[in-house]
Design a protein around this ligand. Structure first.
Ligand SMILES: NC(=O)c1ccc[n+]([C@@H]2O[C@H](COP(=O)([O-])OP(=O)(O)OC[C@H]3O[C@@H](n4cnc5c(N)ncnc54)[C@H](O)[C@@H]3O)[C@@H](O)[C@H]2O)c1
Length: 267
């Protein structure tokens, strides 16, 4: 028996990196997975994102674990894509117990040099996209009188970073969204949390390196400064924390910010 048998988990940005690791970790514990991710490239930031094939590969891997997986290709900025995915997941599984609001992007640029399109793309994907997914998932959780929402912010949602003003603004915004949702939803037995990882060893860092014309190790060194002697943490470290926070063991944890920073914020 897995710890999450008969639970349904809806995950955005599920086809790569942390979303993928979290999807597999829940599936290994018996949960059915609704996986949402882009099916095609977006123009900004220009590095590679998940493809339809990445989603299909994830589906096969999850189903080989003996649980169900439904995949939905779409953009978290597009309300039709989100609405269709949420109603598709409810049709397939009857409920959504846990939401991992995780899709996100970053790109470098001094704030005064960013175009309005660049600023808006990051805010719209990371912050407005998270709100939009909640807008459609929350009514279902209210109906169930049960749910856990975990928003993937960043250490950039608790401090600033050079040349990442749009990213940090979006991630601080997620902190406010988390606290406000926690207040609104407590009477429906829905817990809401944000997590705040330091750099994670995922394709995200390949994307940032590509934009900078550097290796991912150079990017990690320039930005990290973790207290523990690691350039980044692993997606599985994030998955372990997400599973704990989604479990009844964390039943009294809501509205708070869970930091997985290898000690970065001590300095
Ligand atoms: N990697 C890090 O160093 C790091 C650190 C802290 C927080 N984060 C945050 O964690 C989350 C996951 O990042 P990751 O490291 O797994 O990155 P990743 O690039 O490996 O995966 C992100 C996934 O989100 C998807 N995505 C991007 N834009 C989307 C959109 N508009 N609609 C739907 N899906 C979209 C991508 O296709 C990709 O599959 C992000 O919100 C990121 O900001 C990352």
């Amino acid at each position: 028996m897995g710890e999450f048998n008969n639970k349904t988990v809806f995950i955005t940005g599920a086809a790569k990196g942390q979303g993928r690791a979290v999807a597999l970790a829940f599936a290994k514990e018996g949960a059915d997975i609704a996986a949402f991710d882009l099916g095609e490239k977006i123009s900004y930031p220009s590095y590679n994102r998940a493809s339809g094939k990445d989603l299909d590969d994830l589906k096969k891997e999850i189903e080989s674990l003996g649980v169900k997986c439904a995949v939905f290709a779409g953009d978290v900025r597009n309300f039709k894509d989100v609405e269709n995915a949420v109603s598709g997941a409810v049709k397939e599984f009857g409920k959504i117990d846990i939401l991992f609001n995780n899709a996100g992007v970053a790109a470098y640029g001094y704030s005064w040099e960013l175009t309005q399109e660049e600023w808006s793309a990051v805010i719209d994907i990371n912050l407005t996209g998270a709100w939009l997914v909640g807008k459609y998932v929350i009514p279902q959780m209210i109906k169930q009188n049960y749910g856990v929402i975990i928003n993937n912010s960043s250490v950039g949602g608790l401090r600033g970073f050079n040349r990442l003003s749009h990213y940090c603004a979006s991630k601080w915004g997620m902190t406010g969204l988390t606290k406000s949702w926690a207040i609104e939803l407590v009477k429906y037995n829905i817990r809401v949390l944000s997590i705040h990882p330091t750099g994670v060893n995922t394709p995200f860092n390949d994307g940032l390196a590509e934009l900078e014309g550097k290796t991912r190790e150079e990017v990690a060194q320039a930005s990290a400064g973790n207290l523990q002697p690691v350039a980044w943490i692993e997606p599985e470290d994030v998955a372990n924390s997400v599973l704990f926070l989604a479990s009844d063991k964390a039943g009294r944890v809501t509205g708070s910010q869970f930091v997985l920073d290898a000690g970065l914020l001590t300095k």
